[in-house]
Design a protein around this ligand. Sequence first.
Ligand code: PMV
Length: 315
Amino acid sequence: MAPVSLQSSAPGKVILFGEHAVVYGRPAIAVPVTQIRATAIVEPAPPGSGLTLVAPDIGKNVPLATAPQEEPLAVAARLTLDHLSAPEPDATLTVSSTIPIASGLGSGAAVSTALIRALATSLGHTLEPAEVSALAFKVEKIHHGTPSGIDNTVVAYEQPVYFVRGHPVERLTVGEHFTLLIGDTGIRSPTKKIVGLVRQACNRNPARYDALFDQMGDLADEARQAIEIGDIETLGLLMDENHTLLIELHVSSPRLDELVETARLTGALGAKLSGAGRGGNMIALVEDDFAEEVAESLREAGAVRVICTTITTTE
Ligand code: PMV
């Protein structure tokens, strides 16, 4: 089937609870961040030209036929065509993204998700979120090495999720909307590297790390309940506790700790780092009336970008 022009997009994400522990089978909670998105556009190309992958943001313009084996965009495109048993179309597939890379906001998963959806839809197929997520997970393995699968899941479903590795995803019901500020340290932090450091430390001291992961898993379970019944104050306290455990895991950093502390001192109900850590972003739970004040304090304390997002149950 000849491709038709169309566009798909996918959101960024933050992990609310359970990063790292989720790699070791504990539950985690993640939510989509719809203000930042990856977009993929498919346009028909002259017969015989094959599929060309274009990513202007990173100066990439490469025919699928000659793209390196491990090139993430090419991997996503090949997996999609294989999944659909579809021949390579004559088309140009352009991806772009407003999601900062290597900062815990799910940029890789969002780019893959947008690309997979756009390519499939242009060929006349509508993929279920579970199919998109499974394909994006295979691409994540190139970025991350041993991903838990939480990033591709929350991005493909575009809903708050309670996630346990290897289990079917559970969509979270949000009892009362809540507002998050996402503050960027401006320090890039590749997930693969930090996950590797945690793995080494865990191998040296499995009993201690298992105990930390258990505590993080318990927090994720308590947080799930708080989210479902709309107990925002408890949610904030649980975020604070999760940050303390992440410090003990040695994945925080002075910049992250400063921003977390600033948020708390200026009225946030709770704050923690989000994602792999050592850089990237922190999140703060705020009452709506205080959001602008806390955001301003985060900027004054050196956050290079502050995103404000409201989490609700989406249909
Ligand atoms: O992509 P990030 O930085 O949000 O990190 C993903 C969360 C980890 O738990 C650290 C890794 C994983 O695969 O779940």
